[in-house]
Design a protein around this ligand. Structure first.
Ligand code: NAP
Length: 420
């Protein structure tokens, strides 16, 4: 494919699909990988992560041929549009990509480009691992108890973008339909009203929950918790929970047991090789995550709950500066940190690039480069452990050396060199 709005690297080979059914990839030693640096602090953390990932690839006998693609402010500046088709096509064609944060205006203006990318590329699982790194200051007493991975459905829920602004014909037509055709009386207040729709499908729920179950089984995790607000939203959030249990029953047999079965049939002694499936109501989950952290290992939930829970989990292990994520579809992924574009720090070479670096680590895992991924984790841990930290962590510890974004990345690269 040829592109006009993409910086095509001179070398590098494309990643291809090796197995249509499983989504397994054929990854050359010098893959072409599209990268969006992003808006705001993306201009700081994007290049920092690139440097570290290059070092890890090189240390393990590989290289990454970066393909700069544009979205958000940089795309508007260069091409006069928010999300060029070439950006989406390049990520679709090259299958594995990484992005920094993109700014989304609140209220008016364009819809989230992040959500558009996830939906257009059908990256249905937003996977956010939250684990403690030694030496990171945390607002909780036992941050080391947190070792949780959140699987957040990425394509539906209130993020589907089906909503009508108060005072528009659309909003009034939907009101009329609800009141007159669907007999929903005395619920919507008189006067201007904004209306949104929350679709939760069996297909979307089951394919997300399947990812969480498969991950838990493959990684010897004890439990998967389905998080929902099904006491209030019975046909969306409760349906998600019910489809989760149904899936466990239909596709997994004895490998998955429910919490009731654990107590009724096994006296609370979990049989080896099994995963317990449980569910929690979302508001309770937010406090359980704080008070009984170690009881939760793998979370499967819908889009909005997943966003809230993973930000809160990130805070428990030291803040958004270190919380990574990756969006995964069938044979395709787009790594991105949990945090946003923090515009007040844009271009100051100040913020913590760890979240973006560790998102890159998730990408390396997706490529099957486990040795390079481990090297990145070890080097980040060692750098932070030595007290070399950016402002966000420095303000919470005694001593240590406060460094800039780029200096932190250089320190991680140096540590990669020492470790390899
Ligand atoms: P944010 O950009 O995540 O920043 C909130 C605060 O989190 C910052 O002020 C800072 O706290 C801390 N923080 C975030 N990233 C950090 C880093 N790398 N290092 C150290 N501290 C970091 O959230 P926001 O201000 O609500 O959102 C700004 C924009 O980002 C919005 O347009 C939003 O839509 C967008 N956004 C994009 C994505 C995405 O691209 N996936 C995700 C979320 C939000 P302190 O000031 O206390 O140090």
């Amino acid at each position: 494919m040829s592109y006009d709005k993409v910086e095509v690297p001179e070398d590098g080979k494309p990643i291809t699909l090796a197995d249509e059914e499983t989504g397994e990839l054929d990854v050359p030693a010098n893959p072409i990988v599209p990268i969006i640096h992003g808006d705001g602090i993306g201009t700081d953390v994007g290049p920092a992560a690139q440097k570290v990932l290059d070092a890890a690839a090189e240390a393990t006998g590989r290289s990454i041929a970066w393909m700069r693609v544009y979205a958000g402010g940089s795309a508007r500046d260069k091409y006069g549009e928010n999300l060029p088709d070439d950006t989406v096509s390049a990520i679709r064609e090259h299958r594995v990509a990484i992005k920094g944060p993109l700014t989304t205006p609140v209220g008016a203006g364009f819809r989230s480009l992040n959500v558009a990318l996830r939906q257009t590329l059908d990256l249905f699982a937003n996977v956010r691992p939250t684990y403690y790194i030694d030496g990171v200051p945390s607002p909780v007493k036992n941050p080391e108890e947190m070792d949780m991975i959140t699987f957040r459905e990425n394509t539906e829920d209130v993020y589907a973008g089906i909503e009508w602004e108060a005072g528009t014909d659309g909003a009034e037509q939907v009101r009329e339909f609800l009141e007159e055709d669907m007999d929903i009386a005395d619920v919507i207040h008189d006067g201007p009203v904004g209306i949104g729709v929350k679709p939760i499908s069996e297909f979307g729920s089951k394919r997300l929950i399947r990812e969480a179950f498969d991950y838990a089984l493959a990684n010897d995790r004890d439990s998967v918790t389905l998080v929902h607000k099904g006491n209030i939203m019975k046909f969306t959030e409760a349906a998600f929970r019910d489809w989760g249990y149904e899936l466990a029953d239909e596709e997994y047999g004895d490998e998955l047991i429910t919490e009731d079965e654990l107590w009724e049939e096994h006296d609370g002694e979990q049989p080896d090789g099994t995963v317990v499936v449980k569910d929690r109501i979302a508001d309770n989950m937010l406090q359980q995550q704080l008070t009984r952290t170690a009881d939760y290992e793998v979370i499967a939930t819908m889009n909005l709950n997943g966003d809230y829970l993973s930000d809160a989990a990130g805070a428990q292990i030291g803040g958004l500066g270190i919380a990574p994520g990756i969006n995964r579809g069938h044979g395709r992924c787009l790594a991105e940190p949990v945090h946003g574009s923090a515009p007040k720090y844009a271009g100051e070479d100040k913020v913590n690039p760890t979240a973006m670096i560790l998102s890159g680590r998730e990408m390396l895992h997706y490529l099957g480069w486990t040795d390079a991924a481990d090297l990145v984790r070890d080097a980040v841990e060692e750098t932070i452990g030595s007290g070399t930290v950016t402002y966000d962590l420095h303000r919470q510890i005694e001593g240590g050396e406060k460094v800039a974004t780029s200096e932190f990345a250089d320190a991680v690269v140096e540590t990669i060199d020492e470790l390899s």
